[in-house]
Design a protein around this ligand. Structure first.
Ligand SMILES: Nc1ncnc2c1ncn2[C@@H]1O[C@H](COP(=O)(O)OP(=O)(O)OP(=O)(O)O)[C@@H](O)[C@H]1O
Ligand SMILES: [Mg+2]
Length: 264
């Protein structure tokens, strides 16, 4: 049986002055899996993503990608190595087309720089055309509607489609792991259900690809992942199937007043 870890966090942490925002988190992600991270506001979920993706440098612990220590490497290098992400607040280039927003996601793995574009324009053009074809294929997997509207500016899209387009852009990196920070925020029930289907479809299309998803919508957590990880005050306080995790007293305690778990 293949049991090689895709991502391994070992005692990962960061301190901002007196605040330990992420505190000794251990986590293993295997290929072709979905893991959801839940936890109260300010628990350290987004900060954990920033540690994994190299936006913050950890003050303790290690990040291993397929056994390679990538701790403290710059964000662009970690992206090149196969970890893509979306952000909690939507980040698209509103004036650029839907298609161009996907193509931008490829920049980390395309060779053509400004110099090549100037000195070898034919080669640069070929590469750009190949990128466009690939971006169109990605859009088709995510949403035929986005594909049909690919030349329209991203700025006109409703929230659910913006989220979809961000996932398409993350896919353009050809990643092994995609981190989504609250992808269902601002979505209604129908959009949330569609998002789950999108993620399943993408996984069927990309063998080996794993997702790590920060989520506060408990319906997504109940239906989607094999594993739920609960973060509270920067610490991992529970891990397992949602049906088990939601019943743990420590988890209920962390969510007291939020009612998020019991209403799932
Ligand atoms: N650059 C920073 N400097 C100082 N403190 C920070 C920094 N980034 C995050 N924090 C603090 O770390 C803690 C965790 O924040 P984080 O954004 O990771 O929480 P979260 O679990 O994503 O919350 P939410 O559900 O609201 O998105 C918070 O107390 C936050 O104020
Ligand atoms: Mg957050």
């Amino acid at each position: 049986m293949m049991s090689t870890a895709l991502l391994d966090l070992k005692g990962l942490g960061i301190r901002f002055g007196g605040l330990v925002a992420v505190d000794g988190v251990d986590l293993t992600i295997r290929p072709s899996t979905i893991t959801c991270i839940i936890g109260p506001n300010g628990a350290g979920k987004s900060t954990l993503f920033n540690l994994i993706t190299g936006i913050y440098r950890p003050t303790s612990g290690q990040v291993l990608l397929k056994g390679e220590d990538i701790t403290g490497q710059p964000a662009y290098r970690i992206a090149e190595k196969g970890i893509a992400r979306t952000f909690q607040s939507s980040r698209l280039f509103d004036d650029l087309s839907i298609l161009d927003n996907v193509i931008i996601g490829m920049h980390a793995r395309t060779r053509t720089g400004v110099l090549t574009a100037l000195l070898r324009p034919a080669r640069a053009k070929r590469e750009l055309e190949a990128c466009a074809v690939e971006a169109e294929e990605i859009l088709r997997v995510i949403s035929d509607e986005l594909y049909q509207r690919r030349y329209e500016p991203a700025g006109i899209l409703p929230q659910a489609d913006r989220r979809r387009l961000e996932i398409a852009r993350a896919l353009a990196l050809k990643p092994q792991l995609i981190l989504l920070d609250e992808p269902s925020s601002g979505m209604d029930d129908r959009d949330t259900a569609a998002l789950m289907a999108d993620i399943r479809r993408v996984m069927a299309d990309r063998p080996g690809l794993s997702f790590l998803i920060i989520e506060h919508d408990m319906r997504l957590v109940a239906d989607l992942p094999e594993t739920v990880v609960v973060i509270d005050y920067g610490k991992k306080i529970a891990e397992g199937p949602f049906a088990e995790v939601r019943l743990m007293p420590r988890v209920q305690q962390a969510y007291l007043g939020q009612k998020a778990v019991e209403h799932a």
